[in-house]
Design a protein around this ligand. Structure first.
Ligand SMILES: [Zn+2]
Length: 166
């Protein structure tokens, strides 16, 4: 039914169609420009946020504890993964070395923390708990994040059970 209506409207008037085409091309071009500006902005924001994360947490990987250097560059790691609805907020971001960030993938922070310990690394559990707590506060203040919220609360509960002293 949709196809029939579409075909009917296309065959109705060539002039009408060309106007629509021109309009949609123009719209597409504008959107492309806006996208590339947004991408550039997002990239510079990401670099700024990474600097802020390093200022806040110090120059070490949250998962393995190794210090960053020119051969071990810091990357931005989302505590609540983006696929779980975690936003690119400073409060949801920590610094990790490329190896740890890649190895972690979409594993939850608490599961990954356990993995790191089993590998004999020195993950910064206090930093994880501090970051999760700050993120939960930011969500409470700003609202939204309906997808990330239950995931975050689950992670916080598990961390608090594991580290009641923190
Ligand atoms: Zn690491």
């Amino acid at each position: 039914m949709t196809t029939m209506r579409k075909g009917g409207s296309c065959g109705r008037s060539r002039r009408h169609r060309s106007v629509r085409e021109r309009f949609s091309v123009g719209k597409g071009r504008r959107r492309e420009d806006a996208d590339s500006v947004t991408a550039r902005l997002r990239q510079s924001n990401r670099a700024d946020r990474l600097r802020s994360v390093l200022d806040r947490d110090g120059p070490t990987c949250i998962w393995c504890g190794r210090e960053f250097s020119s051969i071990r560059l810091p990357t931005t790691d989302h505590l609540v993964p983006r696929v779980k609805g975690g936003p690119s907020w400073l409060e949801n971001e920590v610094a990790a070395c490329g190896r740890c960030n890649r190895s972690r993938g979409h594993i939850s922070p608490v599961d990954w923390l356990t993995d790191c310990e089993q590998r004999g690394w020195r993950p910064d559990a206090k930093r994880v708990l501090r970051a999760l707590t700050a993120f939960a506060q930011a969500v409470a203040e700003r609202g939204g994040q309906r997808r990330a919220r239950p995931y975050l609360q689950g992670q916080l509960r598990r961390m608090q059970r594991r580290f009641p002293a923190c």
